[in-house]
Design a protein. Structure first.
Length: 187
């Protein structure tokens, strides 16, 4: 791939563009309660950047439980329904300070703007924030088979933006996301 004039900016969503961690935490607390486990803020930190399936697997392991596959699927669905319902009031006012103007300035200066979020709800959230049209490339949990810390999503964002990984600048806040964004691990 030919290097672009300007680096491509690849943004994570939760914790970088907007803060939905509290929404996730509340929804996961209810799921953990069903498993007779009290999830902690420290547990929640370990779930940042991790997809829903792997997050539930972690919670089940912390609880020391085993659940049948149909219960697992139901817990995933119920968690997501609680999470989506909690986002009903999300709007442009929920964009983190400085992000909106930074993205606009970057676009005006010729940067390609991409998103890679493990969330399967990323497009819904960007729509609620009224910024989905700012992104040239969107990669979310629906587009990958391996979640962070695997680099698949960042590799896909680089490929779809026709940008070599070395010319991507990643904005990420979670440990698993930083690990995934490390250019040395990209194949």
């Amino acid at each position: 791939m030919k290097s672009p004039k300007r680096p491509t900016f690849v943004f994570d969503l939760d914790g970088v563009i907007t803060k939905t961690e509290a929404h996730h935490f509340e929804a996961w607390k209810q799921t953990a309660s069903f498993l007779e486990y009290a999830i902690t803020p420290e547990n929640n930190e370990a779930l940042k950047g991790v997809n829903r399936v792997d997050s539930l697997k972690k919670i089940i392991a912390w609880a020391g439980k085993k659940v049948p596959s149909e219960t697992f699927d139901r817990l995933l669905q119920e968690k997501n329904e609680r999470y989506i319902a909690s986002l009903s009031s999300l709007s442009g006012k929920d964009i983190m300070e400085g992000v909106h103007s930074f993205i606009l300035d970057a676009k005006e200066n010729g940067h390609t703007i991409a998103l890679y979020s493990s969330s399967k709800n990323a497009k819904f959230i960007l729509t609620k924030l009224n910024i989905i049209n700012f992104f040239d490339v969107l990669v979310d949990g629906n587009d990958v088979t391996q979640s962070k810390p695997h680099p698949e999503g960042f590799e896909l964002a680089a490929s779809l933006s026709a940008t070599p990984p070395k010319d991507c600048v990643v904005f990420e806040d979670s440990h698993s996301g930083i690990q995934a964004a490390n250019h040395d691990v990209w194949v």
